[in-house]
Write a protein that binds this ligand. Structure first.
Ligand SMILES: [Zn+2]
Length: 375
């Protein structure tokens, strides 16, 4: 699903919002079902253009509802000190990409509950708006999409509260098990097991629906299989994140080779290859970090046969994402590498370069035993 391209459409509260291509299918289906099936059945005799206009308004309200649900998760996460890289909407809803996992079950609980709570609030407000319009004798053109979305938001809240990780209800379950056992990995394994069982149950129920009622159950069937798959892969991702979260950058960093801006490349090349093959190399003048370089850039200057080339001519500005505190976990480091595209980071203690961290050093700690694995 995430192999399909996503389009960044803007920022909400400073967090990038992306639409996966598969989302447009949902948008078209919601608009289409309203225009050609739901409205003509509920309000016979309305012209097509009225149903189409109401259908588009309904689809837009649906979009806004899912965005509000997802950003409720994100904003609670951010208030708890967890960065949100982006929010992506796709075929089966939305995903908030967090920079790290919540540090305690209380945070996890607050984050998980925020989304469905927003859906309940929206459902209530939309229902009130519908009731007011209905009582005031306003045309059904106006209240029909509002009434429909009141119901849809209620369904979204209930569905997301099903107790299978990574659904919101499954996160609540994980938070509870985490709190009760003190073991986050075990809690995740159990909640993700519940998610897989839930996914299989939904798919099985939908299969019965396809046989007895028809093809309208296909979407539900695919959703069930997707949920089972997502529960299994989230478990593996969690295990890796937890392993990384347990290690500090300062514990696995290597001593950093620091170069002066005016040192000749030909002189430093040997030691750069020997000590810092995959890392960022800090360039410092009078103890102050001014730029970074790496073995590839140094080698390029060497192969250009410019024997007088100085280190500074191979350097580039320090990418802000490339600096990490000694106390930060490898989970944060891995995320910083992913976001910045850097294969190495500079580890900083009290504003000074303390060492360097390579992608290899991080991935060594990402290997973990996740327990019984079924494939
Ligand atoms: Zn949610």
């Amino acid at each position: 699903m995430f192999d399909l391209p996503s389009i960044r459409i803007g920022r909400v509260f400073g967090i990038p919002l992306e639409l996966n291509v598969s989302w447009f299918v949902v948008f078209a289906v919601v608009g289409g079902v309203l225009t050609f099936s739901y409205f003509p059945t509920e309000f016979p005799g309305r012209p097509l253009w009225v149903n189409a206009a109401s259908g588009i308004v309904g689809a837009l309200l649906f979009f806004a509802s899912i965005v509000a649900h997802e950003f409720s998760h994100s904003i609670v996460a951010r208030r708890g000190g967890i960065g949100v890289d982006r929010v992506t909407l796709f075929m089966f809803g939305g995903v908030s990409q967090l920079s790290e996992e919540p540090r305690g079950p209380g945070r996890e609980l607050a984050m998980a509950v925020a989304g469905p709570l927003m859906s309940v609030v929206l459902s209530t407000l939309l229902y009130l708006a519908y009731a007011l319009m209905y009582d005031a004798g306003v045309s059904n053109v106006w209240w029909a999409p509002v009434e429909y979305l009141a119901v849809v938001n209620g369904v979204v809240a209930v569905f997301n509260f099903l107790p299978g990780y990574p659904l919101d209800g499954g996160r609540v379950l994980r938070a509870y098990l985490w709190w009760a056992t003190g073991d986050r990995l075990r809690a995740t394994r159990l909640a993700s097991g519940a998610g897989q069982v839930l996914g299989v149950a939904i798919a099985a129920g939908a299969a019965v629906g396809i046989v007895t009622q028809g093809w309208e159950w296909v979407w539900m069937f695919v959703l069930g299989l997707f949920l089972r798959q997502l529960a299994a892969s989230s478990m593996r991702e969690q295990a890796v994140r937890l392993a990384l979260a347990a290690v500090r950058a300062g514990d696995v960093m290597a001593a950093a080779l620091v170069l002066g801006p005016h040192e000749p490349v030909s002189v430093v090349m040997q030691s750069a290859i020997a000590t810092a093959p995959g890392s960022l190399i800090p360039v410092a003048a009078d103890g102050l970090l001014v730029a970074v370089t790496d073995v590839t850039s140094l080698a390029r200057a060497m192969s250009a046969q410019d024997s007088d080339a100085q280190v500074m001519s191979t350097a580039r500005p320090v990418p802000p994402q490339a600096l990490i505190d000694v106390r930060s976990s490898l989970e944060v480091a891995a995320r910083a590498m992913q976001v910045s595209g850097e294969r190495g980071l500079l580890v900083v203690r009290d504003g000074r370069i303390a060492g360097s961290l390579t992608v290899d050093a991080v991935s060594e700690h990402a290997i973990t035993d996740v327990g019984p694995r079924r494939n």
